[in-house]
Design a protein around this ligand. Structure first.
Ligand code: SF4
Length: 75
């Protein structure tokens, strides 16, 4: 399993994470920031557990994020 998390407040809405991992990320039409599908929010950090197969695209999203707010951890 992996855990993907991000600080949504700092998102600049560039869409790069969606380009890298479209299965997991979307842009919000409401506020122009991205949404990690199914993530749970706690103190401004959104987190979601995923299967290992999600590692590569989400790691690519983390590397592509210009403000470096996406973290991917193996658990
Ligand atoms: S790549 Fe980073 S800044 Fe860009 S939309 Fe995704 S989380 Fe937001």
């Amino acid at each position: 399993m992996i855990v993907v998390s991000y600080k949504r407040k700092k998102c600049i809405g560039c869409n790069y994470c969606v380009e890298q991992a479209a299965e997991y990320w979307r842009m919000s039409k409401k506020d122009g920031k991205c949404v990690l599908l199914g993530a749970i929010e706690k103190k401004g950090i959104l987190t979601k557990r995923m299967e290992n197969e999600a590692f590569e695209p989400n790691e690519a999203a983390a590397k592509a994020c210009p403000v470096n707010i996406i973290k991917v951890k193996q658990i």
